[in-house]
Design a protein around this ligand. Structure first.
Ligand code: HEM
Ligand code: HEM
Ligand code: FE2
Length: 457
């Protein structure tokens, strides 16, 4: 560790990993309720479990991004973080808010209260007081990292990272605008849900990947920067108007069908560029970095993001196709592989890179960490295929034949069992990952080492 304040990242990563465990366990419970619908139906209904699953996902990904920023920024700017106190206060606020959401939802407190009660919009269900806390924490974060950035050296990586973070915090302000009109509500809701994952978060992803490639492959900074600019330009060019792929059926004018189809199809380009970038850097690189697991996660991230977001996104993004597949299991298939490939893997890559440095631990459980990659990547890929088949059958029976929703669901049971099975593998993989990071590897002294030691004497 070159800078003392990089240690802040550790606290963020720890909370993030704990929430990661809760998130995948919540998914597993939701998957179980799909096959055994009465499970916990009184105590913890499906809609609450689903909310806990998706919200814990978003919160831990954001904590991971913030931790990654505190880790990367000192090295890039050659500056300590402006205020460690503010950084820990910010984490405290976010943890408090998270606990507030869980307690409010699980015990269904303050129902209907404008400030304290829950809000019912997917992904932004937090009570208003928690939303306010998130904004305070977000502004504290922007202040802290921007001050650090202004004081220090400015690099393409730190600039793109800060641009993405500013964008994502400011877009969250749309969470406060909740118009009565359902079409308008949806229109602004996507400003967050879409412009995060297909805009600002892509900038964060590109800059963290660029940092990892710089460190792991040892290629020249100028080459990394050229790629970074291409990725940022294509991401924003396609992603902003690409929002149109959510405006087909919500009551917005018909021209969105064309704008959405054309620009969102172009969204494959930045994801393809990120994959090409990662592999080209590895081919060109001269450095043989010992942390092979971090490289595996980085390459896995770029590849699975291309398939999950790019290919599975394109699958249902043309309005003629989306007319049939909208809101089916095809959407869930895409949502899982895109989030896992792009943002879960990205976080696990930077955790894998940073933790041995933060713990000053060499060697660490690297082989186990790589095993966890294959378990999680394999499990999520299988889940994606299963849900894609389920979605295809569902689309045909429900949208083409016109069969009833629940009748169709009954016929999909086999797929939901398989989804549960793949979920078990993912959860086991997540636990193996956490173990590999937190538990030091035992030093093994092999006979050959002893022999050579004796020989040296
Ligand atoms: C890493 C980037 C991405 C992530 C994390 C992501 C995630 C998601 C999620 C979770 C949903 C479901 C939202 C909901 O209705 O609750 C969704 C919907 C959708 N995504 Fe993505 N996505 C990404 C990139 C893309 C790209 C690049 C495309 C197009 C090429 C795309 C096309 C779509 C479409 C068309 C829908 C609407 C599905 C429907 O009509 O039901 N996505 N995405
Ligand atoms: C890190 C891995 C995971 C990520 C990134 C993830 C992400 C998501 C997202 C984005 C949604 C909302 C989907 C949408 O609106 O289309 C969702 C819902 C869901 N997830 Fe996951 N999930 C993960 C792991 C799991 C696991 C291991 C299971 C276990 C079987 C699971 C089961 C479910 C279920 C049942 C739903 C609700 C689907 C519905 O409402 O029809 N997830 N997850
Ligand atoms: Fe989108």
């Amino acid at each position: 560790m070159k800078y003392q304040t990089q240690k802040i990242a550790m606290a963020y990563f720890m909370v993030a990993m704990a929430l990661f465990a809760i998130q995948v366990l919540g998914g597993l419970l939701a998957g179980w309720i799909y096959v055994m619908p009465n499970t916990l139906s009184e105590l913890l209904p499906f809609n609450t479990v689903r909310m806990l699953h998706t919200n814990s996902l978003i919160v831990w990904l954001l904590l991971g991004f913030m931790g990654a920023t505190y880790f990367i920024l000192p090295e890039e700017t050659e500056q300590e973080i402006h205020s460690p106190t503010a950084a820990y206060a910010q984490l405290g606020i976010l943890v408090l808010g998270t606990l507030g959401v869980v307690v409010t939802y699980v015990f269904n407190l303050f129902e209907g209260h404008w400030l304290l009660g829950k809000e019912g919009r997917e992904f932004i269900e937090q009570p208003v007081w928690v939303k306010l806390g998130i904004v305070v924490a977000g502004l504290l974060f922007l202040y802290n990292v921007t001050m650090t950035g202004l004081k220090g050296k400015k690099t393409a990586i730190s600039n793109v990272l800060l641009l993405g973070l500013w964008g994502l915090v400011l877009l969250f302000l749309f969470a406060f605008y909740n118009p009565e009109n359902l079409a308008l509500d949806k229109q602004y809701w996507w400003y967050i849900v879409h412009l995060w994952v297909e805009g600002t978060w892509e900038l964060v992803m590109a800059s963290i990947l660029a940092f990892l490639m710089l460190k792991l492959t040892g290629v020249d900074r100028e080459i990394v920067e050229k790629w970074l600019y291409i990725i940022v330009a294509t991401a924003l060019f396609s992603g902003i108007l690409g929002t149109g792929h959510h405006y087909y059926w919500i009551g917005t004018p018909g021209y969105w069908q064309w704008i959405g189809s054309i620009f969102s199809s172009l969204e494959i380009i930045p994801f393809f560029a990120m994959m090409a970038f990662a592999f080209v850097m590895v081919w060109k690189g001269r450095r043989d970095h010992p942390n092979k697991a971090a490289l595996l996660w980085a390459l896995g991230c770029a590849t699975l993001a291309f398939f999950g977001a790019g290919v599975w996104g394109f699958l249902h993004t043309l309005h003629g196709v989306n007319y049939y597949t909208h809101g089916t299991q095809i959407t869930a298939a895409h949502g899982h592989l895109a989030f896992f490939g792009a943002y879960v893997s990205l976080n696990l890559a930077i955790f894998t890179y940073a933790f041995p440095i933060l713990f000053n631990r060499d060697p660490y459980n690297q082989v186990l960490n790589m095993a966890s990659f294959w378990m999680m990547a394999g499990g999520m890929t299988f889940m994606t295929f299963v849900l894609t088949f389920a979605g295809t059958v569902q689309t045909h029976l429900q949208r083409v034949q016109g069969d009833y929703f629940m009748n169709v669901q009954d016929q999909l049971a086999i797929f939901y069992w398989m989804r549960f099975g793949s979920g078990v593998v993912v959860v086991l993989g997540a636990l193996v990952f956490i173990y590999s990071i937190l538990v030091p590897r035992k030093e093994i002294i092999t006979p050959s080492d002893e022999d050579s030691a004796v020989a040296a004497e």
